[in-house]
Design a protein around this ligand. Sequence first.
Ligand SMILES: Nc1ncnc2c1ncn2[C@@H]1O[C@H](COP(=O)(O)OP(=O)(O)OP(=O)(O)O)[C@@H](O)[C@H]1O
Ligand SMILES: [Mg+2]
Length: 268
Amino acid sequence: MGKAKRAHHSKSTWVRLILDTFILGDKTKLQKKSIIRQKPLTNLSNHLISLRDVSKSFNNSDKIDIFKGINFDMDAGQTLAIVGASGIGKSTLLHIIGTLDRPDSGTVLFQGEDVFAFNEEKLARFRNETLGFVFQFHHLLPEFSALENTMMPALIQGQTREGAGEPAEQILIRVGLKDRLFHRVSELSGGEQQRVALARALVLKPALLLADEPTGNLDKKNSEQVHELLLELNQELCMTLVVVTHNMKLAEMMSRSVTILDGKLVET
Ligand SMILES: Nc1ncnc2c1ncn2[C@@H]1O[C@H](COP(=O)(O)OP(=O)(O)OP(=O)(O)O)[C@@H](O)[C@H]1O
Ligand SMILES: [Mg+2]
């Protein structure tokens, strides 16, 4: 993917980006378990994610320096909220951590490995096996059903429809969509679509979930259910969570919270 392309992609570009995110080069080389569970920690400091001197600017009519030399570490199993006003760079940070957007300079390490030094195939496999994304604007495939959308990451790994169907159904039930499995996404409400996006992100039980406003469209009851689900998965699977949110309740549930101030990350 090009360097400075992302948040303002057109819809078709996003569909391609999502497929790129999941599609793998050589399926025969696929390893079943996620990278985090099969690889010993190689970095001495044991951090799951480290950002080293990460800088990022956008050149619009004025140059905007979003990040000016960020350093940040996060350990496996931690939960992090990224909070703050619109336009400060929350989604950009999430996309950099998730390798969907490259920093202008600096390094992003995952278990001590420089992820932007991976070739395209290794990067795609890393994303598919290790990361779960909930995008700010869902980016589901509207003509496919909730179940098909949720099965997509497993199908792309080469799993059969039967194999991919069962876990997809289970996670859709867990996000409260038992009665919507076969509905096309285009026929679902905004909140239902948001829950399908969450189910798709969770279906392969990622080591790291990156979620951009995962409950932004949900009512109080459904938000609370999703919050509980996230915390349960954090406990059950030691799933590390990074959540962009304006929901203070969700932010308070996370073990850490950061915001962006003058191009730096500040713990709140
Ligand atoms: N691809 C891009 N090209 C140019 N500018 C961009 C691009 N992506 C983001 N920006 C700019 O960078 C800034 C940060 O954007 P970002 O999407 O990270 O904000 P945010 O904190 O997630 O905001 P919100 O809460 O509204 O989602 C914004 O001013 C935005 O206009
Ligand atoms: Mg955003």
